[in-house]
Design a protein around this ligand. Structure first.
Ligand code: PMP
Length: 405
């Protein structure tokens, strides 16, 4: 069976594949701990449920404007004003089926074949694949060893006359690093001056710890939104734990939004209005929900750091946001794919290989689950890797037998 060269070259989403592997193991009754997954355990906010349910119970679920329900766009405009101190018009906003689709649409909208997009390692797995899917060329910029914060000088060196965009994701998946204010100021100034689109993937921007804030990009431009190169991506998946609703959005100059809207109208028509109503319910409901989630996750981060600190040879940058950390396991293996599959087989713990994020030798661990999952998951990893640990352990009546990596 033949498929296109381009589609055939797109790699499988490793996180979705691991979710599936974990699900199958669980179905077989295996006591798997999932430290791979990027979604909080909370229940959907009640205001989102009621709003979705009310839309559904009207029995009138039809196509809606492809750039989004006007009432949701209004809520997004209010959110943008509160979170970014930026007033935007409805024509600057488009709602998509998840932030993922918003990012794909924006890349499809701005790139010509062979245009380059600078991506900062460690990066979210989907960026390079999406750039390739629209015939662009991903250019990866890697920070100095042992750090996860990009340096402006490295980015400037990577930029060429073919660079169309730079993607910045802070707080960062997978490292948990929040990029410094000075860096955001510099990259905004650089992109505006060089007329390069700056795509800010802000999907985790309120999940920050220890009193930090993720510096909002609009603070560093004096340009009107219509003349600016800033494109901001956001969504409800992470902040409200509403991953299954599949609603995200993009704020950008109206010329960009108009073309994105045509792209969306010709592909998905619109995001489901039932789910859009849910997103509106979340945005207009009590925001203490986000704060409660943030505090739970900050506590989980502290638990993960405590457990990891007793791990000989493993170094971890303390996450400042998100629900991920990216410990360096090179003392045990420089092949993160092998290491991750060893841990799944021997310790029944799901991790994501750092190679997928452009950081070989590391594993991404999610602390979005319960404290028990985080504690036990890391303890099992330690057991499987530490040569001084006992030869077997029992998880209930299941015996895990120690083996060598
Ligand atoms: N950007 C980043 C950095 C992410 O981690 C994710 C989800 N894992 C997304 C975008 C996609 O979000 P959504 O579920 O809204 O499509």
């Amino acid at each position: 069976m033949s498929v296109s060269e381009l589609a055939g070259a797109i790699v499988e989403s490793p996180t979705l594949r691991l979710n599936e592997e974990a699900r199958l193991l669980r179905e077989r009754g295996e006591p798997v701990i999932h430290l791979g997954i990027g979604e909080p355990k909370n229940k959907t906010p009640i205001t989102a449920i009621l709003s979705s349910a009310s839309k559904l119970s009207q029995g009138d679920v039809k196509y809606c404007p492809s750039d989004g329900l006007p009432s949701l766009k209004k809520a997004i405009i209010r959110y943008t004003e509160e979170a970014y101190d930026k007033v935007v018009a409805p024509e600057n906003v488009i709602v998509s089926s998840g932030a993922k689709q918003a990012i794909f649409n924006i890349l499809y909208t701005i790139l010509n074949p062979q245009d380059e997009v600078v991506i900062l390692a460690p990066y979210w797995v989907s960026y390079p694949e999406m750039v390739k899917m629209v015939y662009g060329v991903p250019v990866i910029v890697t920070p100095e060893d042992g750090r996860f914060h990009p340096r402006m000088a490295d980015i400037e060196r990577a930029v060429s006359s073919s660079t169309k965009a730079i993607i910045v994701n802070s707080p960062n998946n997978p490292s948990g690093v929040v990029y410094r204010e000075e860096f955001i100021a510099q990259i905004v100034e650089f992109c505006e001056r060089r007329k390069i689109y700056l795509i800010m993937d802000d999907i985790y921007h309120k999940l920050v710890f220890d009193g930090r804030i993720a510096p909002p990009c609009y603070r560093f431009t004096t340009k009107d939104i219509e003349d600016s190169r800033l494109i901001v991506i956001n969504g409800i998946a992470k902040l409200y734990g509403m991953t299954g609703f599949r609603i995200g959005w993009c704020v950008a100059p109206r010329k960009i939004i108009t073309v994105m809207n045509n792209v969306q109208a010709q592909t998905t028509s619109c995001a489901s209005p039932v789910m859009q109503a849910g997103a509106e319910g979340a945005l207009l409901g009590l925001q203490s929900f986000v704060e409660a989630l943030r505090l739970t996750i900050q506590n989980n981060r502290d638990v993960a750091m405590r457990e990891l600190s007793s791990f000989n040879g493993v170094t971890t940058c303390k996450p400042e946001g998100t629900f991920y950390c990216l410990p360096d396991f090179r003392a045990y293996s420089s092949n993160s794919v092998e290491l991750s599959s060893f841990l799944l087989k021997k310790a029944l713990v799901v991790t994501v290989p750092g190679r997928e994020f452009g950081m070989e030798g590391h594993l991404r661990l999610s602390f979005a689950g319960t404290v028990k999952d985080v504690t036990e998951g890391i303890a099992r990893i330690k057991w499987a890797l530490d040569p001084t640990s006992p030869n077997d352990i029992y998880i209930g009546d299941k015996r895990l037998i120690r083996d060598w990596l």
